[in-house]
Design a protein around this ligand. Sequence first.
Ligand SMILES: [Zn+2]
Length: 169
Amino acid sequence: MTPLDKKRRKKLQAILDKNHGYRDYHDNDVAVGKIGKYGSGVFAQRQFLPGELVIEVHGQLLSQKNYDGSSYVMEVNKDWFLEPAIPAAFLNHSCDPNCELVHLTKWTMGLVAICNIEAETQITFDYRWTAFEGVPKCQCGSPVCRGWVVAAEDVKKMERIAKRKKKKS
Ligand SMILES: [Zn+2]
């Protein structure tokens, strides 16, 4: 196989992006868009009213027993995690979200609007992670930001973990 040179790679990548829409999901309701230089997010393409289903989250099912990969999975039940497919894979956390994650069918989750969402607004939900050492600082920018991407009841615990880590280093 001949290695791809830069020019050819760029050309072929453009074809891939155009034809297969990888990381460029778009339908009448939502679209994946860029945030800053490296980030991505999901944006409403129309208005959603409170209580309205915004996205059905499909994905790969991973058994809880054998899984110890990224924490970016959703808990479906005590045996299974769901690794969200595109576009839901690009949903960002917010401490002041406009959507809530709910169980929808046996193997899918749903994102439901909890307030009025205008077109072009970024769709967010509260990840509600439990506190552990690798939790990133939150950058949602909301005035009620909790500082960490953890559930409200885990903020104190997360602060203790961060303090301990600081002392160690
Ligand atoms: Zn935040």
